[in-house]
Design a protein around this ligand. Sequence first.
Ligand code: 3PY
Length: 668
Amino acid sequence: MQNQELPCVLISSFEGPYGVNEDHVEDLKKHFNLITMQEFLENKTHLSQKIQAIYIWGGKPHIDQELLQSLPTLKIIVNPGAGLDHLDLNMIASFGVKLANTPHAVTNSTADMGMALLLASARRILEGNEIATSPDTKHFSINWMGQEVTGSTLGIIGMGNIGYKIAQRAKGFEMKILYHNRNRRKVEEEQAVGAHYCAQLDELLQQSDFVMLAVSLTPQTHKLIGKRELGLMKPTASLVNIGRGQLVDQDALVEALQTGIIKTAGLDVTYPEPLPRSHPLLKLKNVILTPHIGSATHQSRRLMMENMVESLLAALSGLPIPNESPLFSSKESTVYLGVRFSVQWLSGKNHALGERGRMRKKFWYESPSLGPHLTHNTSSWENLTKHTSKKTRKEDSIRKRALDGILCRALSDLISTSEVNQDVYDLNVEFSKVSLAPDFSACRVYWKTSLSAEQNDHIETVLRRSASRFRHLLITHQILRNVPPVVFIRDKESAAIAEVNRLLEIADFGPPDEKDLTQSDPSECKASAASVSSHVSESTVQPSLFGINHEALHKQIMEYKRNKEKGHEGVSIGSAEQEREQVSMLQKQVKKKMKKAKRPKDDDITPQEYFLNRYDNQLDKDDTFFEECKPEYELQEALEKLELEDNSICEEQSSLTAGLGENKLKKC
Ligand SMILES: O=C(O)C(=O)CO
């Protein structure tokens, strides 16, 4: 019995070759009301208004114009795997429907498959198996041989994430690695696997003992390997294809294998799939064929399903969609992307922390499950980024603060390498702080904006696109068991402060006012007057340096200073500070006493104790840990202090920035 409240998702069927994997059905049913194609066709009038998403599995349901026209409330199509060549992206875009796939879930399994075919074809594993198992075999020939893999040359065509994973594996076989890709990888990445870039495909083909196709099918890569290219390969070479059948001119390949132009081929993909039973490729001894099983491991297929569910839930809740495919035409699509990752909350199993997850006790680092939260709340981007009430339990506020620190450090580590992806690494962006929503519904990551609006837009797009990858790395690296959706927010405040500081450094304040001169040491006055006059003459040369109205700015600064002084009149700074210190000391003592009194008597370690023990243990080792793990009262105070500082910075900024001409620093 389906839950009618859940969003309706169209699937092909529950059975048959294109049916949803039976191990996944229960997980899917937790979140969606699954409607099979047959149910839809039988009750089209009613269901067409209800179906919000299509879940493709095994290439079905087939997406065409007729189907899209009959689903007016369709929001998203999710597709398993990396390749999108079977979908008409322009048509999907024209219906205003979003698309997401699962490139990261298939990376390792497909790279493994590439290596399996490479090894099997080099060492003639299938033929060997036949000899070993044939009833006619009487002896094993000493002269039956294959090609050595160790130390040979591998040419990878398509150095996306799958290609790169293959290179990592090949390095273990001490292979010399050549690669051809639309874009050259970073030198450090090349060095890490010992790969050499071949700008010319021909060069790679001529030098390689194994040619591995790990590129996606686009009009540019269609029949990339034809008669001419096969002719460039060594007669001892092997061609491995884990991309798509149509990357190769299959007739030319048959001929090359029959006539000894190349030695062997390992093909996980052909066209069509499966090949007609009379196809010559099926008769060749020097070919290993597998039925397009690059991603066919239990682990990958589960990750694919989990990624698809995550995209569906996000799309249906109006959140940024993880792994959303930009709906440009396939002409521009690029090589495979991705590294595997998992969704912990979906299955409810604790992969990251193993045994601990199965224990009854609730740990301090556990956060609420996000499944129902995402499914039932109509939360939006705005809700996730909005500041929530500060009225949280004390225990939560300590926990939140500690988690913020841990997450901030982990996220900063992540952007300093290309682990998230190359685009993120290239941004060179810095995170200024992380703030978990008090109800753990979002992990808000503030990033320091750059000076150009164009750059900021680019950074924002790349970060948003990679948000789910950040989240999954945090989970798989066991930073936290459960990380809420990561949302990236421009830290305008830090940018504004940086800009004001920068401008103050270069600003020409003009001559000091009379008051300043009378108050200072006369000798300093002379010196400063001299320097001022030299500045003045400079400023007369460039009166609107950096687009700033210096005269107006100067007036505002002086007025601000006067107001500040007026505000402090009659108050001795020293005594005010002393008073503040005394109050804060008293507060600390009271809070310490209250904390002692509240300490529970049982042996069960409390979150605070766990946290404080860790804090004590780490104290000597790691100074920064101290910052992240301040005890509650210190944290509370720090928060209050920050708020006060924030307010005064805001006031200062708004009074200063009004005069900054075209620099548009209107808000803090
Ligand atoms: O992800 C894909 O597109 C695959 O074909 C994996 O084998």
